[in-house]
Design a protein around this ligand. Structure first.
Ligand code: SAM
Length: 266
């Protein structure tokens, strides 16, 4: 058997878990899928058997070649890094109907991949949802509510544009070789940003800025946000009707949106 390439986060799904994951994804015969990291095809083959078309992005040249050799008529294998290859134009050109995404993600790049999916959704690609295997700790952050220690940048930025659900929990033994951590399958159902914000970049920057100072009060955490030197945190907080003594992690997404809008020039 060929070597496992650790740098690509290769932990292959064990056979007894494949059907459970596929059932959670629930592919339909008229649906088009993008798969991230098909590996040896554990999910790819059942997806291609049930869906209308699958485009799979695989960074490992040997695995991509093996999958291509299988010559599955409705499967396109793209060799390369999903983060580089899945551009807006390539996706838009290739897809004429809503696209579903699936993937047992390499854990070291799971967050950048999810943010990339949000960007693609924002740019108008017809992404519908993404069912992704991630580290359990990342899944906990994705579904976290305000107030807890898991609630942070990932929770706010992803939940702002997707309804997130944890659909399956998996132990290390569900993979070969087993990772050191537990895993979970999450479903991200994309939607227009809710609530809408005047400027998404300002929203993202404020969320990132205050969570790097999550132990401070909101008023103090905002001092480090450099986006509007002309606006004092106290003024922004009062126009957003927020108490500056609160901790950043207690703010709901609606409150972050109000804060971002207070910092956005009309
Ligand atoms: N889907 C297979 C399974 O469930 O058995 C493999 C999952 S394994 C956790 C992750 C896969 O993603 C590996 O095949 C790895 O080579 C591939 N990969 C890692 N980084 C990638 C990237 N940036 N773009 C595309 N594929 C990547």
């Amino acid at each position: 058997m060929r070597v496992v390439r650790k740098r690509f986060g290769q932990h292959f799904l064990a056979p007894e878990w494949i059907e459970k994951v596929i059932r959670a994804i629930d592919p339909k015969s008229d649906e088009v899928f993008i798969e991230i990291g098909p590996g040896r095809g554990a999910l790819t083959l059942p997806l291609a058997a049930r869906a209308s078309r699958v485009t799979a992005y695989e960074i490992d040249r040997d695995l991509a070649a093996e999958l291509r050799e299988a010559a599955i008529p409705n499967l396109t294998v793209v060799e390369g890094d999903f983060l580089e290859r899945a551009t807006e134009s390539a996706m838009l050109a290739a897809q004429s109907q809503p696209v579903r995404v699936a993937g047992n993600l390499p854990y070291n790049v799971a967050s950048p991949i999810m943010f990339r999916l949000l960007e693609l959704f924002d740019a108008g690609s017809a992404l519908k949802d993404a069912t992704l295997m991630v580290q359990r700790e990342v899944a906990d952050r994705l579904v976290a509510a305000p107030g807890g220690k898991e609630y942070g940048v990932l929770s706010v930025l992803i939940q702002h544009a997707a309804r997130v659900e944890m659909v399956l929990k998996l132990p290390p033994g569900a993979f070969r070789p087993p990772p050191k951590v537990n895993s979970a399958l999450v479903a991200l159902r994309f939607h227009a940003p809710d609530p809408p914000v005047r400027n998404r970049a300002v929203f993202d920057a404020i969320v990132q800025s205050v969570f790097t100072r999550r132990r401070k009060t909101l008023a103090n955490a905002l001092l480090a946000y450099g986006g509007r030197p002309d606006l004092k945190p106290s003024e922004a907080l009062s126009s957003a009707e927020l108490d500056g003594n609160r901790r950043p992690e207690t703010l709901s997404i609606v409150e972050f949106a109000r804060l971002a809008d207070a910092y956005t020039l009309r």
